[in-house]
Every structure is written in C-alpha cells, then in structure tokens.
Design a protein around this ligand. Structure first.
Ligand SMILES: Nc1ncnc2c1ncn2[C@@H]1O[C@H](COP(=O)(O)OP(=O)(O)OP(=O)(O)O)[C@@H](O)[C@H]1O
Length: 442
C-alpha cells in the first residue's frame, strides 16, 4: 500500500495525564522543577497503532472513559500525545464536543463563516457554499440568531452541516450524531456516504453497534486506553457486547461435545423431530453458522435447535410466506430465577430486523422452569415475511436482577437462514400490502 493511500497513520500513540490530588500540588510541582513528583500518572491511552486508508470509514467503539475522545483530540491536533506519532494527509474537519467550535454570542451565519475560515476556506468559497450549508442544517430563521439560543439538536445540525459541506479529506465525528433526530441522522449518514465515495476518510465514534456494522469498513475497540480489537466490524462489535454484558467470554462448562457418529439424525417428518437435551449438538445441525459468537457464564446452555419451513426440516432456502418453526433446547446447570430466552433476526449487515424475548411475549410457562439439571424446549413459529437475502438468528438465555442482565449462553448469529427471491415486493420485509383499484367515471 503506497503511503499516498493513507489518510491517517497512528503509531504507538500514548497519552498520560498527570493527576493532582490537591490543587496546591500543581503549584508545588512547578516549584519542585522535576526534583519531586506531586502527581500520579494516568494513562488514558497506551500504544495505539492503526492506519486508515483514503475512502475508508472506521468506527471507534468502547465503554465510557475508554479513551475515544482523547484519541480523536490528538488526531485533530487539539491535544498533544505523550508518546508516539500521528500522520494525517489532507484537510481535517471534526465534530467533537457539541458546540465547541461555535462562539455562542455570534449568529449561526457568523459562526459558519468563522468555522469555515478555521478550516481554511476563503470568504468567497464560503459565500458559494453558504446556501448548501444552511439548507442542509435546515434550522430556518435561527441561522440569524445567536447560537446561545439554539437547542442541542440545532447546534449539531449546523455543526455537521459546516464540517461536511466543506469537502474535507478526513471527517471526524465524535458521538455528535446521537443528538440529532432519526431523520437528520439518516441525512447525515447519506452525506457521509457521499463524502466516502468522493474519497474522504471518516472516523466515527459511536456507542451504536448497528452504526458501526452498517457504516464502517473496519472498527477499533478501546478498553481502558488499550486497543483490544481491530478489524472486521461484526467481530469488533461482538467483542464490545462481550465487554458490556458478558464478563468476557468463558468456556461453557459441563457440556459434553459429542462425536460425529453420535449425532442424532432427524427424520424428514417435521412432527417427529427430537432435540438433544443433554449434549451440545447445536453445531451439527444444517443451518448452523460456524462463525457464531458465543459467550455467557455457562449457568444455562442452548444445546440444540430444530428449524423447519412449511414442515420441511432444516431447509437450505426459505421462501417468503412460508411458516417457520424454530425449536430450541435449553439446559440449566444452576437454579435460575425467571430465565429469559431472546431471539433476534439480523441481516448479514447486522441490522436487526426483529427481536423479541420470552418476557416481552409473556411466555409464562418458560419462566417457571430453571431448576438445576432440568431442560426445556421452546417452540417459536412465525411467517417468514423477509425479503430475499441472508439472515442470522441469535439466541440468548439470560436472567435479570433489576437493571442488571446476566447472560448465561448467548449464541449470536448462530443460525443462518437464506431467503430466496420473491419478485412480488422489494425492501426488507413483506408488509402484505393490499392494493385495489376502481374505475372512476369522468
Ligand atoms: N484532562 C484530563 N485529565 C485527567 N484525566 C482525563 C482528562 N481527560 C480525560 N481524562 C480521563 O481519560 C480517560 C479517557 O477519557 P475519554 O474522554 O477519552 O474517554 P471516552 O472513551 O471518550 O469516554 P466517553 O464515552 O464517556 O466520552 C477517562 O478515564 C478520563 O477520565
């Protein structure tokens, strides 16, 4: 890869803050001239290295305080690294802290000119783009009001509009889009797509795993200032979920894996399916996705599944309109109070099409089960109204204690369903629209 293709190169970057317990320690430190240390070191980032190519959109994800903003500020040049280096290639526009680039006393119009000047545009250039900027922001007469009168939504509209309409080579967006409403967010992502097509690189910080999967070509996961995963968005996002909810992946204990020869076979007759309630045979089933991501504390496990479409067991393809039967076998290895089974269907891009759980469906029979050593079979059925394409089913068994959810066995993207083309509609799902017409006498 030629170095001309690189928009951002971050090499071994670290940032250390000096933490003073008392304000006077700062003064004492100045007087001590390095002979004594009155602060403790806090490494907000440690040894971060990555490259972003031109035209790439990279997502940065991580829990609060993991170092995302520190990293972006250093790339934008508003914060100095302690160690390491950053090389950038081209004009950088950034949407960092909300309203940070605006003077609250100035009007929106004045701030547009000021912001664009900072980004290197002449007055003539801004004159030419002003109407586009104002129309994208779509804040009406507020454009001539002082920015201090703006709502946070208006502020982000104007800020995004300026930064994205000046055709930056690198656009950095720090969580700002979370403030806008859904319609504006969609408009922003469309603009990001255009910028990317024109060769701009985008660095996007978000807590939304769907945004990462949908819009980014790769992702970086930060945790406590350390880069713990880089690469394919789905994998990075799964690891992030693991950090958020999963006390990190544990090998599920007490589950025997059985050999090929021992695997139970299913008859072609849908009514005659038998699931294994003792052994983990999930991966032996047709439709199992070997790239599933599995984690949980092992207090329960999802051992087996059965899938049929209009009675055909484990179909290789499904047609829109068919009735899908999904049966899942769960075994409890500990006593579990009010266990919940979750089922989610996602597109291959990671967009959730449908998600539901036994609690929201008020499946009360399930909630009485959960004794150590017992097993339960859950049956779900639905009409497949999905458009043609590849879908992944995620299953999860968890318990809830107040706000805290404990995942016992989550099998993300564990079953692959391929839906074959149906020419009657386009889009994601068949909403079963009824259309009628009647002649009108003129
Ligand atoms: N000026 C500072 N002095 C000392 N510590 C700081 C300073 N700025 C940030 N930190 C610390 O550095 C760590 C990383 O902060 P940063 O704001 O980069 O995290 P973040 O991932 O952007 O978090 P969030 O998702 O909450 O915005 C945090 O522990 C924070 O408290």
């Amino acid at each position: 890869m030629s170095s001309d293709d690189i928009a951002i190169r971050v090499s071994d970057l670290s940032k250390c803050y000096h933490i003073y317990e008392k304000p006077r320690d700062r003064l004492l430190q100045m007087l001590a001239r390095g002979h004594k240390q009155y602060f403790r070191e806090f490494w907000a980032l440690k040894n971060i290295s990555f490259e972003i190519r031109k035209g790439e959109t990279v997502g940065i994800i991580g829990r609060n305080g993991s170092g995302k903003s520190t990293l972006l500020q250093m790339i934008c040049g508003t914060l100095t690294p302690t160690n390491g280096s950053i090389q950038t290639n081209g004009r950088i526009a950034a949407l960092l802290e909300l309203g940070s680039g605006f003077n609250p006393e100035f009007t929106g119009r004045e701030n547009v000119y000021m912001n664009a000047a900072i980004l290197g545009l002449t007055k003539d250039e801004v004159d030419k783009r002003f109407d586009d900027i104002a129309s994208f922001a779509d804040i009406g007469q507020f454009i001539d009001q002082p920015v201090k009168k703006y709502s946070s939504g208006m502020m982000v509209r104007l800020a995004f509009s300026v930064q994205s309409q000046i055709d930056p080579d690198i656009l950095i967006v720090d969580e700002a889009l979370a403030v806008g409403d859904a319609k504006f967010q969609a408009k922003c992502f469309e603009r990001l797509r255009q910028l990317k097509e024109n060769g701009a690189s985008i660095l996007l910080v978000t807590h939304s795993s769907e945004q990462i999967v949908m819009h980014c070509s790769s992702a970086i996961l930060l945790n406590n200032g350390v880069q713990i995963e880089v690469g394919e968005p789905r994998r990075v996002v799964n690891r992030y979920m693991d950090l958020l909810f999963g006390k990190e992946k544990k090998a599920l204990e007490g589950i025997e894996r059985i050999g090929e020869s021992d695997k139970p076979s299913h008859s072609k007759d849908a009514a005659a399916y038998t699931l294994d309630h003792r052994n983990d045979v999930f991966s032996s089933r047709v439709g199992y996705n070997p790239h599933e991501y599995r984690w949980g504390d092992g207090a329960a496990s999802i051992l087996d599944f059965y899938l049929a479409a209009d009675g055909e067991p484990y179909p290789s393809v499904v047609t829109s309109g068919q009735t899908i039967l999904l049966v899942v076998s769960v075994r409890f290895h500990s006593d579990l109070l009010r266990p919940v089974l979750g089922i989610t269907i996602k597109t291959k891009e990671g967009v959730t099409v449908y998600g539901v759980n036994s609690e929201s469906l008020e499946c009360n029979e399930f909630q009485v089960f959960g004794q150590k050593g017992s097993a339960v079979e859950l049956e779900a059925s639905f009409t497949c109204t999905l458009a043609s394409g590849d879908y992944f089913v995620s299953l999860g068994i968890a318990t809830r204690h107040g706000e805290e959810i404990t995942p016992h066995d989550r099998r993300y993207d564990s079953i692959h369903i391929q839906v074959q083309p149906d020419s009657r509609f386009f889009g994601l799902v068949d909403l079963g629209l009824n259309l009628s017409a009647k002649p009108v006498l003129l």
